[in-house]
Design a protein around this ligand. Structure first.
Ligand code: NAD
Length: 492
């Protein structure tokens, strides 16, 4: 495929190289080949991009452009993503190792996100509220926040970017995006598409490079009004601290250690299928992966056996092979991290029922592959049950009562998402009401769509993406009161 990518930063409507001439190789996780070389920016480019976004917000027309016109541009971006879907899917799979079929699905979802926000862009005209004074008008309007810093992770590079770009744009903000330094390709391509769609210069800016330089500059800059971050909890805490510099608005989408409760009365085959999909899709590198299975005692052994039988037959391979079900992990460092969690599981007394090592297949030795791994005899105090391995590792805990299942599900610092499988709908609703997490699926796992808010309770984050709440993150609320018949107060 002919990739006409400008491997550069995009600042103030221009494609520019790094001032320092430093570069970074982008690696294919399937075979460790270099697929692209991009400039490595730092605080210098970040400051230039922030200045461009600041000027576009303060002196440009974007914030006051009618929302219908902004919506039309965002709709055009959706159309261009659909037009270039194959190229984008190819790039995403090359960069992340995920199957190209999955990447095609991501691109459909991404276009859907841009379309959803384009459609609701002009539906909010504010609100007239009751006034305590006769002959007055009291109204509430929503305005853009200003300059937004947007920092994204490597697991769903463009999907996570779309959840930030679309709502920020339709509400009239300007922005600087910093994609993960290891997976920038589809974001670069999308900035080309935004340029083609007619987004004015300075409104969207892209800086490529590391988190502790560019990300830190965005988080601490007094010219940035909001940070929207998706990534790990350790980075999220650093960003929160840095953002206190000018009391920025914060939207944090952090990790998850998501429980999936399987009751004995669930449809067994459906629950097995969804439990596997819930964790091993994209090799478990999903914030909402159902990595903590909580299974009712009476079906526990059969359930585990069914999981083991299935995972031992998974087809690992290139994301471009039609048969491949699971690709590699993202990097050598990440593979080492997953191995460390598996070692901890074994050391702390969990039983390895499947996987627990790299595959021996000679075809897979160049890639960062890890076998799908199942731990049984798990307890909530184990590191592998509490911390996010972010890989193809599932832990299984047993329960005997509904109360116990709910208690286990909530025994985590995280609260992103969880699932309940049962054919007793009343029981399902009782559990859903008590599970402390931003999304609860009943007889389903890992489904998200543009209309439904996404985000976490507890340490899984602050704020919401997607849905109307995802739009509200990018607006300030202003109350305008007008007295049509003013009178003197005569107090002083
Ligand atoms: P990460 O925190 O290492 O990096 C995320 C981004 O932050 C990258 O762009 C990185 O360069 C940047 N960064 C690093 N240090 C920074 C700093 N000091 N200041 C500012 N930015 C900095 O996360 P990752 O490894 O790329 O992604 C995996 C994590 O993302 C997992 O924990 C996963 O659960 C989480 N995630 C959450 C969601 C969600 O919706 N809640 C979605 C996807 C991923």
């Amino acid at each position: 495929m002919d990739l006409k990518l400008q491997m550069q930063h995009y600042i103030n409507g221009k494609w520019v190289g790094a001032d320092s001439e430093k570069t970074r190789d982008i690696i294919n996780p399937y075979n460790q080949e270099v697929i692209a070389t991009v400039p490595e920016g730092d605080e210098t480019e970040a400051k230039e991009a922030i200045a461009a976004a600041r000027a576009a917000f303060d002196q440009g027309d974007w914030a006051t452009t009618p929302s219908t016109e902004r919506g039309a541009i965002v709709r055009k971006i959706a159309e261009l993503i659909e037009r270039d879907k194959e190229e984008l899917a190819y790039l995403e799979s090359l960069d992340t190792g995920k199957t190209v079929e999955e990447s095609r699905g991501d691109m459909d979802d991404i276009a859907g996100v841009f379309r959803y926000y384009a459609e609701i862009a002009d539906k909010d005209g504010g609100e007239i509220i009751p006034s305590p004074i006769p002959n007055s008008v009291s109204r509430v309007v929503h305005e853009p926040v200003g300059v937004c810093g947007q920092i994204t992770p490597w697991n769903y590079p463009l999907l996570q970017a779309s959840w930030k770009l679309a709502p920020a744009l339709v509400t009239g903000n300007t922005l600087v995006m910093k994609p993960s330094e290891i997976t920038p390709l589809t974001t670069i391509k999308t900035f080309q598409l935004m340029e083609e769609a007619g987004v004015p210069a300075g409104v969207v800016n892209l800086v490529l490079g590391a988190g502790d330089t560019i990300g830190a500059e965005l988080s601490s800059s007094e010219d940035v009004d909001l940070i929207s971050f998706t990534g790990g909890i350790v980075t999220g805490k650093k960003i929160m601290q840095a953002a206190s510099s000018n009391v920025k608005k914060l939207a944090l989408e952090l990790g998850g250690k998501n429980p999936n409760i399987i009751f004995a009365d669930a449809d067994f085959e459906l629950a097995v299928d969804q439990a596997l999909n819930g964790v091993f899709f994209h090799a478990g590198q999903i914030c909402s992966a159902g990595t903590r299975l909580i299974v009712e005692e009476s079906i526990h052994d059969d359930f585990v056996q069914a999981l083991v039988d299935r995972v031992n037959n998974f087809k690992l391979g290139s994301g471009f092979d039609e048969d491949t079900q699971m690709g590699p992990l993202i990097s050598a460092e990440h593979l080492a991290k997953v191995e460390k969690y598996v070692e901890a599981g074994i050391k702390e007394g969990a039983t390895l029922a499947a996987g627990g090592k790299r595959p021996e297949d000679p075809e897979l030795q160049k890639g960062f592959f890890y076998l799908p791994t199942i731990f049984t005899d798990c307890t909530t105090d184990m590191t592998v049950v509490q911390e996010e391995a972010f890989g193809p590792v599932i832990t299984v805990e047993k329960f005997s009562t509904e109360e116990e299942a709910v208690k286990l599900s909530n025994d985590s610092i995280y609260g992103l998402a969880g699932g309940v499988f049962t054919n007793d709908i009343v029981k399902a609703e009782r559990c859903a009401a008590k599970m402390r997490m931003g999304t609860v699926w009943i007889n389903e796992f890992n489904l998200y769509f543009p209309h439904a808010p996404w985000g976490g309770f507890k340490q899984s984050g602050i704020g919401r993406e997607l849905g109307k709440l995802g739009l509200e993150e990018y607006t300030e609320t202003k109350h305008i009161f007008q007295n049509l018949k003013p009178e003197q107060i005569n107090w002083f």
